[in-house]
Design a protein around this ligand. Structure first.
Ligand SMILES: [Zn+2]
Length: 350
């Protein structure tokens, strides 16, 4: 896809188009932003634009010349034959190794083989090893005339500051929900209903939306939300039914916690009378009754509980059964009393 065809990221796209139009492409860019929002695709579209031989009147690449076709094919399919002047550097094992970087830097002093610019795409750039980073840094300090570096990362602080400061930084945000829905329907061919099911939970990331689609939580969401809404003060049986259902999900537990988080946020919106579409629209009535019954304080307390549970599981690696049972027990407290809950003990934090 050409730059002007990509959905979202208007600022970064405009900036790159303008740089190319003015023939003022910086020697190195750092594309930084969340995972799965399309940074890599924009990197390839920009590489095509740099090398396009038939630019369009709107200053974008033509998408059809031999450079465009081959470079854009690389973006769409990892197994597509590589364009000889597009050098993609990805981790070999856990890291990008110094030998890989040296291999690329060996050819950099020579002119590109077929096109105007050689483009070195380093992704994810935060996985570059220290020695490799230093080798790259030397080249960034004395940039070769017809090579351009595109470093792509979702964790910019993990890169050497000296590398970051040699690059022009391009910041990518999350896609808006309407943009993500368009990507899923117009580019992935999903129907609107299918897209709507995941958009609210994908947090503006196409990658997250694609992963959610096959997640078992998505097909059981009404059941899980029903169990969650069903837990009443003092209702231990209901609480453990919820905990059991969550434990059974195994690796999908995190998605389930995100789902419940989303449901509580919807309940907060409903309680202030916001009329927008809910994530689980079919449960609007019970959700409205639940929100009224609990009140704002208790809803906010539930957001805290869910966040604590995720923190316990992700950061402190608390056993999932234990963390989810604690969540369930805390949910049985009378509204407003959720503060009285079993917290993580010091031992567990260590
Ligand atoms: Zn072209």
């Amino acid at each position: 896809m050409r730059l002007t065809e990509i959905i979202g990221h208007d600022g970064p796209r405009a900036m790159l188009l303008q740089a190319a139009a003015r023939d003022a492409v910086h020697h190195a860019y750092l594309f930084e932003g969340p995972d799965g929002v399309g940074k890599r695709q924009i990197a390839f579209a920009f590489a095509a634009l740099m090398n396009c031989t038939e630019r369009r009147p709107d200053d974008d690449a033509c998408g059809a010349c031999r450079h465009c076709r081959r470079i854009l094919a690389m973006a769409a399919d990892a197994n597509a034959p590589a364009h000889p002047d597009i050098l993609a550097v990805a981790p070999d094992g856990k890291q990008i190794k110094v030998a890989q970087v040296r291999e690329v830097l060996k050819v950099v002093p020579f002119p590109p083989i077929e096109s105007a610019y050689r483009v070195v795409l380093v992704e994810p750039a935060d996985l570059i090893g220290e020695e490799a980073a230093n080798a790259l840094l030397k080249t960034l300090e004395e940039p070769p005339s017809r090579t351009r570096f595109l470093l792509v990362t979702s964790r910019p602080p993990a890169l050497l500051t000296t590398i970051r400061s040699r690059c022009q930084r391009v910041r990518f945000g999350r896609l808006r929900d309407d943009e993500l829905a368009r990507v899923l329907t117009e580019r992935q061919g999903w129907d609107a209903e299918k897209a709507a099911r995941v958009v609210g939970m994908a947090d503006g990331s196409v990658g997250a939306a694609l992963a959610l689609e096959g997640d078992p939580v998505m097909s059981r969401r009404e059941e899980l939300v029903g169990l969650f809404l069903g837990v009443r003060p003092g209702d231990t049986a209901g609480a453990f039914a919820l905990a059991d259902a969550l434990v059974e999900l195994g690796p999908a537990q995190k998605t389930a916690l995100s789902l419940l988080d989303r449901v509580v946020r919807d309940a907060l919106l409903v309680s202030v009378g916001a009329g927008r579409r809910l994530f689980v629209e079919s449960l609007r009535e019970p959700l409205t009754a639940w929100a009224r019954h609990l009140g704002t304080e208790a809803l906010l307390a539930r957001l805290d509980l869910l966040a604590e549970t995720r923190l316990a599981m992700d950061t402190f690696h608390t056993n999932a059964r234990l963390a989810l049972d604690r969540l369930a027990v805390a949910l049985t407290a009378p509204p407003g009393r959720e503060g009285v809950r079993p917290v993580l003990s010091h031992d567990e934090i260590l």
